[in-house]
Structures are given as C-alpha cells and as structure tokens.
Design a protein around this ligand. Sequence first.
Ligand SMILES: Cc1cc2nc3c(=O)[nH]c(=O)nc-3n(C[C@H](O)[C@H](O)[C@H](O)COP(=O)(O)OP(=O)(O)OC[C@H]3O[C@@H](n4cnc5c(N)ncnc54)[C@H](O)[C@@H]3O)c2cc1C
Length: 468
Amino acid sequence: MMCSTVKKGVVMGYGRKRVLIIGGGFGGLFCARRLGRADVEVTLLDRGASHVFQPLLYQCAAGKLSTGQISRPLREELARHANVTTLLGEAVDLDPDARQVIARRPDESTFTLRYDVLIIAAGMRQSYLGHEEFAHWAPGMKTLDDALNVRRRLFGAFEIAETLPPGPERDAWLTFAIAGGGPTGVELAGQIREMATRALAHEFHSIEPEDARVLLFDGGSCVLGTFAPELTDKATKVLQKLGVELHLGVHVTDVRHDRVTVTPKAGGSPEDFATRTVLWTAGVEAVPFARRIAKVLDANSDRAGRIAVEPDLSVPGHPDIFVIGDLAGRDNLPGVAENAMQGGLHAAACVRHDLAGKPRRPYRYRDAGSAAYISRGHALLQVGPVKLAGVIGWLAWGFIHIAFLSGLENRISTLATWLGTIARVHRTDRTFILDNTPSAEHSYSWLKFMHPNMLHATRDGGQANPPH
Ligand SMILES: Cc1cc2nc3c(=O)[nH]c(=O)nc-3n(C[C@H](O)[C@H](O)[C@H](O)COP(=O)(O)OP(=O)(O)OC[C@H]3O[C@@H](n4cnc5c(N)ncnc54)[C@H](O)[C@@H]3O)c2cc1C
C-alpha cells in the first residue's frame, strides 16, 4: 500500500498519523523499526541514506573492513516495513506551527516534509573546539567519507615516504599524530602501529614501515579516562608495547600541513612535532540542524549543542517533538550507541502509547557498559562491576560488535574478514582513491589529496579559510 506521495515538492501523507524521523543512525533506525508495525505512516530522512555502524569506522579507515561491511542502505534495512518510507535529504529548517521540515537534496534543491510527530535523531559531528581551521589538515572520524579520507591519508603517507630519500621529510610522512585519547583515538593509534608492524611490514623496499611513529595526544592524565583505572593501566601498557608514544596532559594548539603543536595543560612552552598526518578525535558537537531547531523551538542547549529534553525525551513545550540519541541533553546521558537505540525504542513507545490513549513513561537509560579495542588480542569491556581486558575482553568486544552490526550478511562477512585477518596478516580493503579526476588529461590532484577541504566550501557552507 502506498502511504505517501510527492506533489509539487511537498511529500504528503494521508489518513494515518505521520511520524517523521530525522537521522537513520542507531536512534532513528531503532525507532523506525519499532514503528514498522504500528498504525502510523513513518518517513525516515537521512542525509546519507545509509545506516553507518560508527564504532567500526576506524577499521574501515585502517583497511580492515569495507564501507559495505559497516553500513547498510536504510531502504534495504526497512524494506519489509510497508508503512516506512526512507528518503535521502538533509533537514535544514523547521516550522513547528506549520508542522513541517524543509529538507535539502544533494543537488541543493529543497522539499518539504509534513509531520504530526517529529523525532530528531541527527547525532553529533566532530568538533574542533573552536579551531575550525584544523579540519583542513586533521580529518575527524564520524562518517564514511571521514573513514575513506583517513584511509587515503594513512596508506598514502607510506606510499609517499617510499618515494623520498632518508631524512626529515620522509620521517614526517612516517609520523602519525592523533588528537584525543578516547576510544576512537586509541583504536586508531593501535591500528596504525599494527598496520605498520604487520600488514605493511614486508612490502616496501626503501622504507621500514615498522619505523612509523604514532603520537597520541590527550589533555587528561591517562588515555580512555572513562574506564576504570585498572583497565586504563592495562590499555596504557599494551599501547606502549605496541610502540604508540603517549603524550598526556597536553592540548593540541595548532595543526598545519607539516606539523602539530601541543601545549602542556599546566602551562609551559609549546612543542612542535613534524608530521604530515594528523587525525582528530578530540571532541563532538551537535550537527548544524540541531542548533537551528534549538533556536526555532526556543529550547535550551548545552555548549556542545545537545538539546534539553523532558523526562519523556520531548522538547519542553513541544510534546510532539522528540530528541533522541547523542543529541538528547538530559541527566548526562552518554553519547553511546546503546543510549541512542534505547531512546529510539522509547520514542516509538511514546507514539504507540499516544495512539492507544495511554500515558507516556519517562525514559530510563539502562547502562550496557562500554568497550574499546586496543590491538589484536587486546580490548577492554566494562559493564557495571564486570571488567574485562586482554584476550577475553577482545572476544567479548568482537561478539558485541558482530551482534549489533546491521544485516546478517554484514555480520557473516565481517566475522569472516576478522578470522581471515587473524589467520593472515593482510588487510582486504586497503584500496584508496585520490579524488575525482574529470578526465585522463587531469592528473590526480595533489592539492585535493592532501587538503580535501581547500577547494570546497567549509563544513557549514562558507568559504574555506586559506590554509597556513
Ligand atoms: C568513531 C566512533 C566510534 C564509536 N564507538 C562506539 C562504541 O564502541 N560503542 C558505543 O556505544 N558507541 C560508540 N560510538 C558512539 C555511537 O556511534 C553514537 O553514540 C551513536 O551513533 C549515536 O546515535 P544517534 O542515532 O544519536 O546518531 P548517529 O548514529 O550519529 O546518526 C545520526 C544520523 O543522522 C543523519 N543526519 C545528521 N544530520 C542530518 C540532517 N540534518 N538531516 C538528515 N539526516 C541527518 C546522519 O547521516 C546519521 O545517519 C562511536 C562513535 C564514533 C564516531
């Protein structure tokens, strides 16, 4: 049965209550699935059209997994729910009086979506903590584009180093700096050293990939500061054994095309490190649409842009607008997949209760713990009093990630790839592209390769700042 139709650029629904979900991440997908059998008409809008399993983005960046293994088209994911329509588009504006959202297609044209209930699950993006200009040289790790960009830079750096004579320039290409010692920074650091010492170890003739330096910078006194101290200590030892150089108690205060500068948090002289690859994992902030919503709805938000919500996750004064997942600002809800999934299920339950004339329940987050991969045979898992590390933590980590990957095929293929990687050292998805070359007369663009944002507008649509 057709549930909606498009007329003059306005997506119309008829009959049943219209639920519009913005974002097909963990929160949006779980909400849509739960509403799949409810007597409502659901539209799921996502600017990427796919559900991305962000916890494994770094493995895609490091050439272990493909983009297809860690993502799934939302259309395919929700195909069996006749009352769910999925659309590609970026929500850019909201009119709560008219109950409509304006969305932008990738070709910049716009269309309007009407709703009775709006569920905002648009997540967070990388934050450069007030230094937007760092993004030119230091890609983040939030989207598939980020993962492929990082992959290009990692494998490209070894290739470039191979063409250079020994000396400081070559050393800079073989030095990898990572800002942020949380799970993503640690996972990336471990992967790069593993790549250098295993997968790439015997393939080059001029360089020794094992010589690659990996510098991990963090402002705290330890890495993985949200984990219990005994787990953090174990992680630190594994990282050091792997050859990761930890620089703690420092802030990254400048990033340029050939170096990174760090300054001790406690004061002192800044220090420069020559490097051609800087990766940024140091903070998150709300996506631009969330800031727009907060303004239009006159809702409170915190410094990172998380929107304050009522106990049922609705926006104060707007009972038909919910904010779930990373964007929901309440009771220090953690920015983890489990909170987004539970929030999605909760919002769906509220819609169902409203339909049945029953009162809504307050949202209660049940902590499912946290996990971090360090290197082959080492991962941390912390669930309440249970604290696992080493091989047992690694197996538990693998089990959990396979269980939550979307799609049976993705689970089977990821498991097979992992088993293959354990048995052999090589990585199956190392291929990178430099950029789009319009014709054979155009050489691969060096500029675009190294500075992907330089020729484009900035992330918010303004003009790129001139690079240093
Ligand atoms: C590298 C990395 C590793 C992580 N590892 C872990 C881990 O090990 N364990 C864990 O629990 N959590 C982990 N997380 C956190 C977890 O992924 C997030 O908490 C979770 O994805 C949040 O879900 P969400 O639905 O709120 O947002 P997201 O999953 O970020 O989804 C938001 C969706 O909204 C879409 N969107 C954004 N803006 C718009 C717009 N304006 N219009 C339309 N669509 C829009 C995006 O395309 C995206 O699909 C990790 C995150 C990252 C980045």
